[in-house]
Design a protein around this ligand. Sequence first.
Ligand SMILES: [Zn+2]
Length: 267
Amino acid sequence: MKITMLGTGHALVTRYYNTCFVIEGDDGRKFLVDGGGGNTILRNLDLAGIDPLDIHDIFVTHQHVDHFMGIIWIIRVIAYAMCKDEYEGEVNIYSSAELIEKVRTVSELLLRPVEVAFIGKKIHLIAVDDGESRDVIGHRTTFFNIGSAKVLQFGFSMEMEEGKKLTCLGDEPYYEASEEYVRDSEWLLHEAFCLYDERDIYHPYEIAHSTAKDACELAERMGVKNILLYHTEDDHVENRKNLYTEEGRKFFSGRIEVPEDLEVIEL
Ligand SMILES: [Zn+2]
């Protein structure tokens, strides 16, 4: 399997795209997680060599615009292709019941009626419960409420192969409610708003975010094998990878990835 990072920045970055990514299985099937904040998702998919019409499974973690609005663009592109009979098959969009209704409402408000008409027919808005498992790109995937106090947010844990799971906590730090999913993960996708050394500059804790140190300490404690850090500030574009990896290395003995936008990592 591999992961293509379409964006790696937090909500208000200008030098990265907002955090969103595609997980691709060995059979080439693609799973899009979040959409970033807008139309740049189409540009970055293009730059990554991923045809949006090859995407049939999508998950939206939460309603913040830096994750949500790109999803509307993806629906727009897929529905437009469906109008022209150029989209093969159907698309499943998963999220919490509360958020899936917002996806429906915004789509109905902003998209053309001929596009909206595909919702419920070939565009399936699928509400998942906390702890509910689904087959996604051929992998058993369990969606769960991360326990955010800010806004309802779901993460997911995907079985990569027998005994190996990839767990994504969206854009907030680990809360205890997620322990069964996070513990012993082969891969943990975790936000790192900034370096611990720069916490007094960025104040991550005031906005329910964490640092490279915090994420890596957690990974060590939870027996995680590999951690991927994303959803960062954008003041260190030239050397973010080194700075975050060096800080995390002091607290975590496993592999640390701090991908750039458009970077592809073999999982
Ligand atoms: Zn965010």
